[in-house]
Every structure is written in structure tokens, then in C-alpha cells.
Design a protein around this ligand. Structure first.
Ligand code: IPE
Ligand code: IPE
Ligand code: MG
Length: 246
């Protein structure tokens, strides 16, 4: 597919990506899995830049899931170190490019140094008006949904909220993505066709795009291909095709 077919007037506002396949990409090259994670950072940089340039407003990247804590300790440690080193290295550049950084997930579960670096980067970019870069770290949708239910139940118990009045909007307000619209497009690399506990509520009507390309090979061209593919879809939201044709 040729990405010159992209219509800048019909861009998704929010793209979410499951960045998968770093380990296999490295293994295929006879390298350690960690090498794949390092290469993956280059893809992150390129995709964030392109997304910002073409005018995507929100980009959510699944960087580390709740389940990823169950990986061998050496890999978890390497990933956390890579995260700290990358944020330390890129924060100024993100700021210069007017990127605003956010984190969703169980922030308190991250190593203290990681929390500190992330918080600093969030703070220095807080007034930026360009693309919102949302990193999902120690994130899982079931964790997020259960948290939302606990907060809502607590409010109902203390009389702050009447169960009858709970709406989609109220529920959304208790998610960690409450400040962001739902993604119109969700991309997963590496050939796996699953959601892996990512944004279960927010993806209710997203267009899903699965590509066999491993994350370290997913660059500008592949990103634009995904958007071009999205623009070929007819989003019906339960209606008939005839109802939505202009
Ligand atoms: C994605 O690549 C990065 C993280 C989950 C942190 P993987 O590390 O899952 O790579 P594969 O899927 O094993 O190839
Ligand atoms: C999903 O990838 C999580 C991230 C990309 C951070 P995984 O590689 O952990 O997913 P599964 O376990 O293969 O579904
Ligand atoms: Mg994987």
C-alpha cells in the first residue's frame, strides 16, 4: 500500500499501539532480546515524530504490561533501565517538539527512580500543546477497570453517586484515560492478533490493524500504511452503510 493516499482531513485523533515483537526481532538476528528493546526505542522516536508532524493529537504506546512483570528478572530490570535512560535522554527533545507526556498504569508499581524520571518529564512537558504521548506502563485494562469500579462503588457507598445515574461518561471519568478520547485506530505489530489486556473499554469501537512486522522494523512508512488502511474502513457504529454515505 502507498502512503501518499493519506487524507490529512480524515486522520484519527488518537492512535494506540501495542509495540510487540522486539524479542523475536533480536532472536532472528542471533541477538539477545534486550537488543530488540533498544532497537524498539528508535521506532518509538520515529513514530512519535511522524505522528506529531502529521497532526495526530494522541498517541498511546503500550510499553509494559502488568503481565510483563512475570518475565525473567534480568529482562524486567533491563526494560526499566532502558525506560529511565530513554526518558532522561529524550525529555528535552520531546519538550522542544512540543510533545506532552502522560503515563497510564500502576505508577506506584514502577521502580522509584523510574517514577522520578517519568514524573520530571511529565512536569516539564505539562504546558505543551502538541501531540499527547501517553505511555502505558505497568498497565492492564483489567487493573484499570477494577480500579474504576472500586472508586465508583466507594462513591455509591458514601452517597456521592446514585447507581442509577452511572453513565458511559461517568464510567469513562474513572478510567486512567479520562482526559483522552477513545482511539479510532489500534495497531499491533509482530503478527499476534490479540489485545493482551490493553484498553479493553476504550477499544470498543476502534479499528484494529494487525501487521506481521516486528516493532523494531515499524517505522514512518509502516505507520503511514496503517493510517492509509484505516482510511479505507467504513465506520458504521451499528448503522447501515446507506445511513452513513453522504
Ligand atoms: C514488546 O516486545 C515489548 C514488551 C512487551 C516490553 P516483546 O518483548 O514482547 O517481544 P516478543 O513478542 O517476545 O518478540
Ligand atoms: C503486550 O505484549 C504488551 C506490550 C507490548 C507492552 P506481550 O508480548 O507482553 O503480549 P503477549 O503476552 O504475547 O500477549
Ligand atoms: Mg511480545
Amino acid at each position: 500500500m502507498h502512503n501518499h493516499s493519506i487524507d490529512k482531513e480524515r486522520l484519527p485523533k488518537h492512535i494506540a499501539i501495542i509495540m510487540d515483537g522486539n524479542g523475536r526481532w533480536a532472536k532472528e538476528r542471533g541477538q539477545d532480546r534486550i537488543f530488540g528493546h533498544h532497537e524498539g526505542v528508535l521506532s518509538v522516536r520515529e513514530v512519535v515524530n511522524v505522528a506529531g508532524e502529521i497532526g495526530i493529537e494522541y498517541l498511546t504506546l503500550y510499553a509494559f504490561s502488568t503481565e510483563n512483570w512475570n518475565r525473567p528478572k534480568a529482562e524486567v530490570d533491563a526494560l526499566m533501565e532502558l525506560l529511565v535512560a530513554t526518558i532522561r535522554k529524550e525529555a528535552e527533545e520531546l519538550n522542544r517538539k512540543n510533545v506532552r507526556l502522560h503515563v497510564i498504569g500502576d505508577f506506584a508499581a514502577l521502580p522509584v527512580l523510574c517514577q522520578k524520571e517519568m514524573q520530571e518529564a511529565i512536569d516539564i512537558t505539562a504546558a505543551n500543546t502538541g501531540i499527547n504521548l501517553i505511555l502505558a506502563l505497568s498497565y492492564s485494562a483489567k487493573w484499570e477497570l477494577i480500579n474504576a469500579v472500586k472508586q465508583i462503588a466507594e462513591k455509591a457507598k458514601t452517597g456521592l453517586l446514585n447507581p442509577e445515574d452511572i453513565t458511559d461518561e461517568i464510567f469513562h471519568n474513572h478510567l486512567c484515560t479520562s482526559a483522552f478520547p477513545d482511539p479510532e485506530l489500534m495497531i499491533r505489530t509482530s503478527g499476534e492478533s490479540r489485545i493482551s489486556n490493553f484498553l479493553l473499554y476504550q477499544l470498543a469501537y476502534s479499528e484494529l490493524y494487525f501487521t506481521p512486522i516486528h516493532w523494531p522494523d515499524f517505522r514512518k512508512e509502516q505507520f503511514l500504511d496503517a493510517i492509509a488502511d484505516y482510511q479505507l474502513r467504513e465506520r458504521r457504529f451499528g448503522k447501515t452503510s446507506e445511513q452513513i454515505q453522504p
